[in-house]
Design a binder for this molecule. Sequence first.
Ligand code: UN1
Length: 516
Amino acid sequence: RVGKVLSTIGLPVDGEVVKGVYMGKGTWGGSGEIIDSVCPSTGEVLAKVATATAAETTQAIKRAQEAWKTFRKVPGPKRGEIIRQVRNAISEHKSALGALVSLEMGKIVSEGEGEIQEYIDICDYAVGLSRSAAGRVLKSERPGHQILEVANPLGVVGIITAFNFPVAVCGWNFAICLAVGNATVWKPSPTTPLCAIAVTRIVADVLEKNGVDSAIASLVCGGLEVGETLVNDKRVALVSFTGSERAGQIVGTKVQQRFGKVLLELGGNNCAIVTPSANLDLALRTLLFSAAGTAGQRCTTTRRLFLHRSIESKFLPQFIKAYESLQSRVGDPLEASTLIGPLHTKAAKEAFYKALEEVKKEGGEILAGGQPYTPSSEDLKKGNYVLPAIVKPASLQSPLFQEETFAPFLSVAIYDDLDQAIEWHNGVRQGLSSTIFTTDLREMGKWISEEGSDCGIVNVNVATSGAEIGAAFGGNKSTGWGRESGGDAWKQYVRWASCTINFTDDAPLAQGVSFE
Ligand code: UN1
């Protein structure tokens, strides 16, 4: 099975070490540490991967910058044409790449393919952007003058991604970078190198066919040292980082120290509020996906649920039942009937059980799931499977409401008054995604207003997870304030110049200043 997926994508299947460093045609290599890509479903080693040394990372940055000096002169719409070809090439490999995501990250096939679709979608968006990324022409106070806002590319962008979206999140950054004329150096999560290698191979091929030096899409697989090199190198104009708040704080500070640009996509502690007027059936189906889907490993996963007291007894038992029905659907993510794949690492599984222990210690209740679980199939015994849990912590002051447990671990509380629920909602460090289930217009209005959710994503009757690429994606507060993907996110990937142009022979000064 592993061989089939790897060979479809052109990766070696014979135990040969896969090269995880790329900085232009004919350069696949890596003389750093050799790491294992481990399948979270079975515990088997999928491949050994050669990573970058610090020196190779520096070299990749240099090469990307050199290649950029030519690439920046390619007209936007021509770059758009290349993105269109990348889109088509990725699309041709959609099912193989989706299966690779399932194999290496652990999400179910439908979500693995969905992630590739997200890459395709952002390419479509970026093709349009390559013709429409525009500044403005402003009125000058001086006669015969014009003021232009001009967007030029930044140069080299470092993209550091997490394991949970090993393809799409790089796609968000890469497609926009290509559209606006930047080069990229990508450092994927050390636990999902194969996805990155497969995507880079496809992209490099398209670039070379178009006569573009594929060093503009360089790849440096590796760990901390590679990341640090990327973060500290002055040539990297923008660092786009997805990961934990703790790591993001270090990255943000380091990049700021050298006055670079940084874009942070950090933790979420996403919450759903279910109000008395909600369509409860809709809320149930939606929340089942957004809380338990992807085994709770999206940044946008629903982690807190506030139920109005009047619907608790109607909603909660049904929701618990739905969670219990998921238990027979936990298993091999490549199996069509599976809804819940494994956690990505053993450490994540331990953190899940630790959080459950905390609930008991504090005197809270475990309402569903969380029992120890080993699949019956021999192959899956070493996988990191858990049963999605709903818990009721003892109090709202519990750290369980404050911290993100990156697993299917949902904490419930009961509220009486919406203002109170919104206050609880906003009373955490993080500010990524949020949703309210209501059919009451006044509640909707409040929720999206200055009195409502303080998150970057504020939904109504829609999951906290599973955003489309069209709007900007990102969060406030300790989520890092970054915006990626659609909307105006592209404006962070360029250097803006305000250009005042004098079309006359006079030299008037602004603000009426006289210097004669
Ligand atoms: C992430 O979890 O890092 O909104 C990204 C979503 C996906 C992207 C999640 N479109 O759930």
